[in-house]
Design a protein around this ligand. Structure first.
Ligand code: AMP
Length: 216
C-alpha cells in the first residue's frame, strides 16, 4: 500500500517548506499543485495561460483543470509509493476526485496533517516571502533569510517575490481558503485522518510534529 499524505492548512502556514523537508526524510515525492501551475505558466502552455488569470487574482483555478493536472502527475511512476500532496485538494470536489483517483490504484489518503496559524502571521509570512525561481525553495526576510540576499542557499538561483504574495492578494487568498478549503477540515476529521499541528512553532519543531503524525 502506498503512502499518500495531504498537507492541509491556509496559505503561508508552511506547507511547501515542510513538504520539501518531509519528502527528503521519507523518500516520498512532493507534489505541489501551485508549483505545477507555475511550471505551466513558465513554459507558456495552454493550461498555464488559463490558470494565470485566476492565480494572479488569488482565486482558485477551476476544479476540472486542477484535477486533470494533478491526476496526470500522480499517475507518473515516481508516485507509485505515494506522495506528499501540498495545496491539493483545496475544495470538497477535489477531495472526492482524489479519493476516486487513488481508489483506481487500490489506495486512499493515509493521513492529513492540518497545520494551523493565526491570520496575522500568515500575512506577515507571505508578504515577506522570497521564492527561488529554479525549484521553488522558500525563504523569509526575518525568520529564514538566505545567506546572501536575493540568492537561493540550496541551488544558487535568483529569488523573487511571487505576484500573488502581495498583501492585498494574500488577504483575498485567505478568504478563499476559509470559504472553499476549510470545509475539508471536517471532511477529513470525519474520516479519522486529520492530525492538527501547530504551525506557529519553529520550522524544525513543525517538522518533528509532522513526522510524529506520520508515524501514528
Ligand atoms: P500555492 O502555491 O499552493 O499557494 O498556489 C498558488 C495558486 O495556485 C493558488 O492561489 C491558486 O490560484 C492556484 N492553485 C494551487 N492549487 C490549487 C488547487 N488545488 N485548486 C485550485 N487552485 C489551485
Amino acid at each position: 500500500m502506498a503512502t499518500y499524505i495531504v498537507l492541509l492548512g491556509p496559505p503561508g502556514v508552511g506547507k511547501g517548506t515542510q513538504a520539501k523537508v518531509l519528502a527528503k526524510q521519507t523518500g516520498l515525492v512532493h507534489v505541489s499543485s501551485g508549483d505545477l501551475f507555475r511550471e505551466n505558466i513558465k513554459n507558456q502552455t495552454e493550461l498555464g495561460r488559463l490558470a494565470q488569470s485566476y492565480i494572479n487574482k488569488g482565486e482558485l483555478v477551476p476544479d476540472d483543470m486542477t484535477i486533470a493536472m494533478v491526476k496526470a502527475r500522480i499517475a507518473r511512476p515516481d508516485c507509485e509509493m505515494g506522495a506528499i500532496l501540498d495545496g491539493f485538494p483545496r475544495t470538497p470536489a477535489q477531495a472526492d476526485a482524489l479519493r476516486k483517483i487513488l481508489a483506481e490504484f487500490g489506495d486512499d489518503v493515509k493521513v492529513v496533517p492540518y497545520i494551523t496559524a493565526p491570520e496575522e502571521m500568515l500575512v506577515e509570512r507571505l508578504s515577506r516571502r522570497w521564492t527561488c525561481c529554479a525549484q521553488g525553495h522558500v525563504f523569509h526576510e526575518l525568520y529564514n533569510p538566505p545567506q546572501k540576499a536575493g540568492v537561493c542557499d540550496i541551488d544558487g538561483s535568483e529569488l523573487y517575490q511571487r505576484d500573488d504574495d502581495k498583501a492585498e492578494t494574500v488577504k483575498h487568498r485567505i478568504q478563499v481558503y476559509l470559504k472553499q478549503t476549510a470545509p475539508l477540515i471536517s471532511y477529513y476529521r470525519e474520516q479519522g485522518k486529520l492530525v492538527e499541528v501547530d504551525g506557529t512553532q519553529s520550522i524544525e519543531q513543525v517538522t518533528q510534529d509532522l513526522l510524529a503524525a506520520l508515524r501514528q
